[in-house]
Design a protein around this ligand. Structure first.
Ligand code: GLV
Ligand code: MN
Ligand code: MN
Length: 401
């Protein structure tokens, strides 16, 4: 909890926690984590994309690799557990093993990824995708709201974007990828369970919509002549909500809109908004995006505005591995907790490893299911259960490897 609080102090805004990828607060967090890794017997390194990775060597030179990770970037005005809980718990578990002089028939790397929320650049999971060997070089040219590219931010952070390709090619055999994360939903709390085992992670698409109308004077242009970009966007946003409401398990969100050059006395000529669509079924997610594309184009045509839409980020739904999840369930049971299985509506770095390694995730109960909010809370007792579960899991994995 002391370490979680120290990370919460790393913020680019004075009030609350705002720690975007590759900002000054992210840099401070990386340095803190590096110190904790060293103290816990791991050798930390910062890779080309800003991940900090601490290696705990295994027995034998050809020992396979177990990766335990989560993220340390945050949404604006975040809580103090999302992502960081998994990183701190992994460091704690390995530090405990180190203090006990324990080595495993596998190497462990604890990874603190920097780009999971995607609140700075249009796409996300860049950090874990690099480690999974599926990094798309094109995203280095993505720009943030101020026009700064990833490439430039990486250089300012102290990373070398030119070594991305080399860092992305690792031939080491991976035994698995494990992630501990707060649930960010109310299920474990409603069942009275401290922790639970994730069954699968919903797939997600993220897009940008740009609506171009005709700007003008709010006092002089008669209503019937207007090609108001913001009004068109408003109608489109409600169409997004309606499409998601019509289908069980589908969620769609417009979380950000901007009206460049907007003013109280101007008709909007330009509006831009984001779309986030998620479903347990990749097929139904794609179908929803096709429907939405058609509906938004129809709104644009009726309102005589131009529309440009791009869904530049896709993450397919990711099932968790049965063998690792069963081991994790045994470890949960060893803590006196009944191992409930539950799906994840939120995205996680674990998704990046879908085709690279078996994955498993442990969720930790959070109060009221609240997340992406300063009110996010997980108790010391529940975090303790998670840490002990993770240590027990490592021992079970060692016994079967
Ligand atoms: C990350 O929190 C996401 O699910 O968008
Ligand atoms: Mn998270
Ligand atoms: Mn989050």
């Amino acid at each position: 909890m002391r370490r979680l609080k120290a990370l919460a102090e790393c913020s680019d805004e004075p009030n609350g926690i705002t720690r975007p990828y590759l900002g000054p607060a992210h840099r401070k967090a990386v340095d803190l984590i590096g110190t904790w890794m060293t103290d816990g017997g791991m050798s930390p390194r910062i890779d080309a994309i800003g991940n900090v990775i601490g290696r705990y060597t295994g027995i034998g030179r050809d020992a396979p690799l177990l990766l335990i990770g989560s993220h340390i970037d945050s949404v604006p005005n975040a809580g103090m557990f999302d992502g960081t809980l998994g990183v701190v718990t992994a460091i704690e578990a390995v530090s405990h093993c180190h203090a006990a002089g324990k080595r495993f028939p596998f190497a462990i790397e604890v990874a603190a990824f920097g780009d999971e929320e995607g609140s700075r650049y249009p796409s996300t999971l860049g950090g874990s995708r690099l480690l999974a060997g599926i990094f798309d070089d094109a995203i280095l040219d993505e720009a943030d709201a101020r026009g700064m590219t990833r490439r430039a931010s990486l250089a300012a952070f102290g990373c070398d974007p030119k070594s991305v390709a080399a860092d992305g090619h690792r031939s080491e055999r991976m035994l698995g990828y494990i992630e501990v994360h707060i649930e960010q939903g109310p299920v474990l709390e409603s069942k009275g369970l401290a922790v639970g085992v994730v069954s699968s992670i919903n797939g997600a698409s993220r897009g940008m919509v740009e609506v171009r109308g005709e700007g003008g004077h709010a006092g002089t242009i008669p209503m019937r002549w207007r090609q108001d970009a913001l009004c068109a966007a408003a109608e489109m946003i409600l169409a997004v909500e309606r499409r998601a409401q019509a289908e069980e398990d589908l969620v769609a969100t417009v979380g950000h809109i901007e009206v460049p050059g907007g003013a109280v006395n101007s008709v909007s000529g330009l509006a831009r908004f984001t779309i986030d669509v998620r479903s347990p079924s990749d097929h139904r997610r794609q179908a929803a995006i096709e429907d939405l594309t058609g509906e938004l184009q129809a709104v644009a045509a009726r309102r005589r505005v131009a529309i440009a839409m791009s869904f530049g980020y896709q993450a397919p739904a990711t099932p968790c591995d049965a063998r690792l999840s069963n081991l994790l369930a045994d470890a949960v049971r060893s803590q006196g907790v009944s191992p409930m299985r539950l799906p994840s509506g939120a995205g996680h770095d674990a998704m990046s490893f879908r085709d690279r390694a078996p994955i498993a995730m442990l969720f930790v109960r959070c109060r009221g299911g609240v997340s992406h909010s300063p009110l996010e809370f997980a108790s010391v007792a529940d975090i303790d259960t998670a840490a002990r579960t993770l240590i027990d899991f490592l021992e079970r994995l060692a016994a079967t490897t």
